[in-house]
Design a protein around this ligand. Structure first.
Ligand SMILES: Nc1nc2c(c(=O)[nH]1)N[C@@H](CN(C=O)c1ccc(C(=O)N[C@@H](CCC(=O)O)C(=O)O)cc1)CN2
Ligand SMILES: [Mg+2]
Length: 278
């Protein structure tokens, strides 16, 4: 039976540490500031943005949320980014994804100053991650590594398998594991024998966006399983990309959904914003 990795508790601990560092900065006359930009009415995005706003308040950061209508033009959004780039109170800028169809996501992200890109999505930050000189690492991948570290999981020399090759999770988390001297395999929808690859993993990170796709029979006895997926089923239940009940019989440690990686995403956003200010 696996030990459950309590991401919610670990994120809370990190938020407490951040709060102390914010207080130190404030004593020196500096306050970290985050601007969050939300375009449109996506209900999940609205929830995440509220969570980010609340998290900033809780640790004593300055925050402003720009809620723009669905029909906002690309030009209007670029103008707002320019204003936030120039605003000295703002150390971090985050544009909540996904953006509406008519807006080119890349064009928007490219416009954010790399030194304010606390999401770590700007090509300069992505490039720096590749060469192991990163300033800002995307929040969810950073959160995965932080969970492993805080649980005392040794990464060096381990066989790490990442399932999913998205720019937001799969590719950056693979790069972070590589920089920590894991031997990394990056799997995807065309991987010939996914089960065989999974069964090889000491550390298995799953970010495919398919509910409960990875089952216990695909997990090596004693593996550490990090489930990045958040899927809402028709019956309302929230599940990961890993079938938790069968997987926990094989793994030595596993993240639950909810309460695993998710809460770490916001904790790492606060940490990136704090570091941007420092
Ligand atoms: N600009 C960005 N957009 C998006 C990101 C991102 O990092 N930057 N990530 C996701 C959404 N996300 C933050 O924006 C996020 C997702 C999930 C959670 C979380 O705490 N989840 C909880 C469950 C919450 C629920 O009930 O739905 C959990 O897993 O326990 C926080 C942040 C896409 N967009
Ligand atoms: Mg995904």
């Amino acid at each position: 039976m696996a030990k459950i990795i309590d991401g919610k508790a670990i994120a809370q601990e990190i938020r407490k540490e951040i709060k102390e560092r914010v207080e130190e900065l404030k004593a020196r006359g500096k306050q970290p500031g985050l601007a969050v930009v939300l375009v449109g009415n996506n209900p999940a995005s609205q929830t995440y943005v509220r969570m980010k706003e609340k998290a900033c308040q809780e640790v004593g950061m300055y925050s402003e949320v720009h809620r723009l209508p669905e029909e906002t033009s690309e030009e209007e959004l670029l103008t707002l980014i320019d204003q936030l780039n120039a605003n000295e109170k703002i150390h971090g800028i985050l544009v909540q994804l996904p953006l509406p169809e008519h807006i080119d996501e890349k064009k928007i992200i490219d416009r954010i100053l790399p030194e304010k890109d606390v999401d770590g999505f700007h090509p300069v930050n992505v490039g720096n991650l590749f060469t192991n000189t990163a300033r800002f690492v995307a929040c969810t991948p950073r959160g995965c590594i932080e969970l492993l570290d805080r649980m005392g999981v040794e990464i060096e020399g381990k066989k790490a398998v990442v399932i999913g090759r998205s720019n937001i999770v799969g590719k950056p988390v693979a790069m972070l594991l590589l920089h920590r001297n894991a031997t990394v395999t990056l799997c995807h929808s065309r991987t010939a024998d996914l089960k065989k690859e999974c069964l090889d993993a000491d550390i298995l990170v799953v970010a495919v966006g398919r509910p409960e796709m990875i089952t216990g029979d695909m997990i090596k006895e004693g593996a550490v399983v990090i489930d990045v997926g958040i899927n809402r089923l028709e019956d309302g239940r929230l599940v990961g990309d890993v079938h938790f009940e069968s997987a926990k019989e094989k793994a030595s440690m596993i993240t639950p959904v909810p309460g695993g990686v998710g809460p770490m995403t916001i904790a790492m956003l606060l940490l990136n914003t704090l570091e941007a200010c420092e």
